[in-house]
Write a protein that binds this ligand. Structure first.
Ligand code: ATP
Ligand code: MG
Length: 398
């Protein structure tokens, strides 16, 4: 029935856009995908695709016009969020607005606006040269974090413990930014958490809160997120209140959010927040399971011009997302994957390599070799199942 059903434009054709495309099709929409690459996993699932860079707002608008889209969404990658807002505005379609898109993709603006509103104070400077970085780091006090203000996947993000490390951190941050500047900020101590949320009809819903652990060799890259985070109710309350205040300060009219904070005693300090969901099945599987709120479906209904009502069951369940760690070397054998998939609660096991591939310790989010998603009722239960998965999946290397 092509031509009769509404057309949704999905920005990005990678693996984390696949659940959105499947959902859209199951809701009866046709799907146009645009992405910068000639070959993308999502093209086979979409009704239409075009090769357009997600950051090319004009080119994306032209493609959207040519196909007569009814709505546009970029729900799991930051790079297309400003383009989504631009195209929606230009075509008079529902969206988050260009201003909000900018505030939710620029880490310097997040710092500046939340500080101005008096809800967050994390020492930071935006610097345009190495000399200013040296001065900024000295004023903040070591350790500091040096990073691009406009990137994701931890690329170009480094902790620096003294002046000697600044030149290398500057060069790496510059490699991964489109801006002439780099952000330097206070190193936040404590437990890192993530918070997923949905803003709809003026109401903000906190969907899921995790605590996070990191690879020992690369502390900027996460290897485990467990929901709910292991905090007492008072701290969870502070997290929810802080996150909602951040979302309202940055001014998201409607949409989904994915935020990271550092929790240290009573201090809940923002690392960053995005106006999209998180990849690795967090947006598509984990947050809906934990909250009982199907945010991906509600968000698609919104961008397609409906005004859905949100029903919050009020209950919260548990989930664990864990990234595998395997010994380095050339893979000779992979065992136990099907057996692990059959364990109760195991929703996903994804290995991004095969026999003959070379495994190295991950350097950024994109080079993690595989993951598992375990869903359940309690934190203890999902952690126990995850331990069982790790015992069951065996990877031999030469
Ligand atoms: N100021 C800080 N203090 C302590 N740790 C930090 C700070 N900034 C960043 N980090 C650490 O580095 C990680 C990546 O930083 P950030 O989230 O800003 O970059 P990103 O490129 O958006 O990464 P990702 O897409 O993985 O979230 C954070 O999740 C956190 O572990
Ligand atoms: Mg981050």
């Amino acid at each position: 029935m092509a031509g009769t059903s509404k057309l949704l434009h999905v920005l990005g054709g990678g693996q984390w856009q696949l659940p959105t495309i499947e959902l859209a099709r199951s809701m009866g929409y046709r799907v146009l995908v645009t992405d910068m690459y000639q070959e993308r996993p999502a093209y086979a699932l979409a009704d239409l695709h075009e090769v357009v860079d997600l950051t090319d707002a004009e080119g994306t608008l032209q493609a959207a016009r040519r196909h007569g889209i009814d709505g546009i969404v970029c729900d799991t990658t930051d790079v297309g969020v400003p383009t989504m807002a631009y195209v929606a505005e230009a075509l008079g379609l529902p969206g988050i607005g260009r201003e909000a898109a900018q505030r939710f993709t620029d880490k310097y603006l997040m710092r500046k606006l939340t500080a101005a509103a008096g809800i967050q104070s994390v020492r930071h400077y935006l610097v345009g040269c190495l000399e200013d970085l040296v001065a900024g780091a000295a004023a903040i006090g070591y350790p500091v974090v040096v990073k691009p203000a406009d990137n994701q996947s931890s690329r170009g993000v480094h902790r620096v413990d003294g002046p000697a490390g600044l030149a290398a951190a500057w060069a790496d941050a510059r490699r991964f930014t489109r801006q002439p500047t780099v952000l330097v900020e206070e190193f936040l101590r404590g437990t890192e958490i993530t918070v997923e949320g949905l803003m709809m009809g003026g109401q903000y819903h906190t969907l899921a809160i995790s605590d996070k652990d990191h690879f020992p060799h690369r502390p900027e890259v996460a290897n485990r997120l467990t929901y709910p985070g292991a905090f007492d109710e008072r701290v969870l309350q502070t997290i929810r209140a802080t996150n909602e205040a951040v979302v309202r300060t940055l001014g998201l009219p409607t949409g989904v959010t994915h935020a990271e904070y550092m929790v240290d005693g009573g201090r809940v300090a923002l690392v960053e927040i995005a106006a999209r969901g998180a990849g690795s099945f967090v947006y598509s599987h984990i947050a809906p399971h934990v909250s009982g709120i199907d945010a991906p479906r509600l968000y698609l209904q919104f961008v397609m011009g409906e005004t859905p009502a949100v029903t919050d069951p009020g209950s919260r369940r548990a989930a664990n997302l864990e990234f595998f760690s395997f010994p380095a070397g050339r893979v000779t054998e992979i065992r136990g994957v099907e057996e692990a998939r059959a364990l109760p609660g195991v929703a996903k096991i994804l290995l991004e390599f095969g026999v003959g591939d070379e495994l190295r310790p991950p350097e950024d989010d994109r080079s993690r070799p595989g993951l598992m998603v375990v869903l359940g009722d309690t934190r203890a239960q999902v952690l126990a199942t995850s331990a069982e998965v790790k015992r069951t999946v065996r990877v031999e290397v030469a």
